[in-house]
Design a protein around this ligand. Structure first.
Ligand code: ADP
Ligand code: MG
Length: 378
């Protein structure tokens, strides 16, 4: 409260606290845009917002990651502004809420984050969904979480200009403690699956490698998948690449690069289904094997891994008690997710940190995850 008043001055309304989690995708990467299934979970690392209403039409925002203070006049249409930097993420959400004619209140917001930024744990979706939830709640709306996730995705796509799928915003809005979310990105059908694999924890390792190539490679991979699908559709009636049968892919896609991209998509979708079944059965062995297989496919066929991620996966898998590990997210940096027995975690962390530093000269941050609820007031 003291910090809040230091930044924004005194005010007569109470300060309320909200929290939005980040998310980790346990399995199913680069298949959201191919009609496949993903399996994310909301994690205890996230962004909190301290919020105090104002009696005018001004929104002021500050964040712990930047000195830049954002100020918005709600009587005008919010516009994208390069120099606002991080502010464009919440501003995009505010703009879309303006367009829906929701009566937004003036407010001061102080963001504070435990979530690494730009590491593939969805800090962008967290700040978007947090902003949307705060403003809708203050306006007195019963929040429709799926609609809000879609609105935030639209803000990132159209206002910020990042062509992301729906998984991140959905997981941040719809997370449930101790559950993973099985999500069909095309239909938005979803199911919460209890994550209770006796004795095992989800462990995240941040490679701390810049994801320079990620954006261009992402667009390139998407284009390859579209091409492969178009070739298949010349002969077969299929809605998306995940629903093409494997023999159709072999028959129609002859270019070796396109073929390996399509092969990843097909197999990754199988691994997700395998993993979901294993999770439901509490079968850690099969879950771990699916994760391992997924990483190989992302490395060899989809070619979106990098040395740093491969080092982390190898180091993780060489520790007894780690039963599966894979890169997670778009690739070329970001994080690795592993399934590790809780009794092995201390040794695991020590070993992986040491090995990673030795081979890359980078330091990894290791997080033992709790799966938490989606965005909420705390
Ligand atoms: P991620 O994988 O973390 O979602 P992105 O590149 O999609 O990576 O989004 C990162 C951007 O989101 C940051 O550059 C910043 O603009 C914004 N952002 C994330 N966390 C915060 C925060 N705590 N405060 C302000 N802006 C944030
Ligand atoms: Mg993001």
């Amino acid at each position: 409260m003291q910090k809040f008043n230091q930044i924004f001055g005194e005010g007569k309304h109470p300060i309320r606290t909200f929290f939005a989690p980040g998310r980790v995708n346990l399995i199913g990467d680069h298949i959201d845009y191919n009609g496949g299934m993903v399996l994310p979970a909301a994690i205890h690392l996230g962004i909190s917002a301290q919020v105090r209403e104002r009696d005018d039409q001004i929104i002021r925002m500050r964040s712990n990651i930047s000195e830049k203070r954002i100020e918005i006049d709600l009587t005008k249409a919010v516009e994208y502004n390069e120099s606002a930097g991080w502010g464009n993420y919440p501003m995009g959400v505010i703009r879309l809420l303006q367009m829906t004619k929701m009566p937004i209140k003036g407010v001061d917001i102080l963001f504070d984050s435990t979530l690494p930024v730009g590491s593939g744990l969805s800090s962008s979706a967290a700040i978007e969904v947090l902003t949307g939830y705060v403003l809708m709640t203050l306006a007195g709306y019963e929040v429709d979480r799926v609609a809000m996730a879609l609105l935030c995705q639209k803000a990132e796509n159209e206002f910020v200009g990042v062509n992301c799928g729906i998984m991140d915003q959905f997981a941040v809005a719809m997370g449930k403690a101790q559950h993973a979310i099985q999500l069909n990105c095309q239909t938005l059908d979803y199911q919460h699956i209890p994550f209770n694999i006796e004795g095992f924890k989800i462990v995240i390792m941040n490679s701390n490698k810049e994801r320079e190539l990620a954006a261009s490679a992402y667009n390139e991979r998407r284009a390859s998948c579209e091409k492969a699908l178009a070739l298949i559709r010349e002969k077969h009636d299929v809605p998306n690449l995940c629903e093409a049968e494997f023999p159709m892919i072999m028959e129609c896609v002859k270019d070796p690069v396109l073929l390996s991209r399509a092969r990843h998509v097909w197999w990754e979708n199988q691994y997700v289904h395998e993993a979901i079944e294993a999770l439901q059965d509490g079968d850690w062995q099969t879950l771990g094997e699916s994760m391992d297989a997924s990483h190989l496919s992302l490395t060899n066929d989809y070619e979106v891994s990098c040395d740093e991620l491969d080092f982390l996966v190898d180091a993780a898998r060489s520790v007894t008690g780690c039963v599966g590990a894979r890169m997670t997210g778009a690739g070329f940096g970001g994080c690795v997710v592993a399934l590790v027995h809780e009794e092995a975690i201390n040794d695991f962390a020590e070993y992986v940190k040491k090995q990673y530093h030795k081979s890359t000269n980078l330091d990894t941050d290791i997080y033992v995850c709790e799966i938490v609820n989606g965005v909420e007031e705390r």
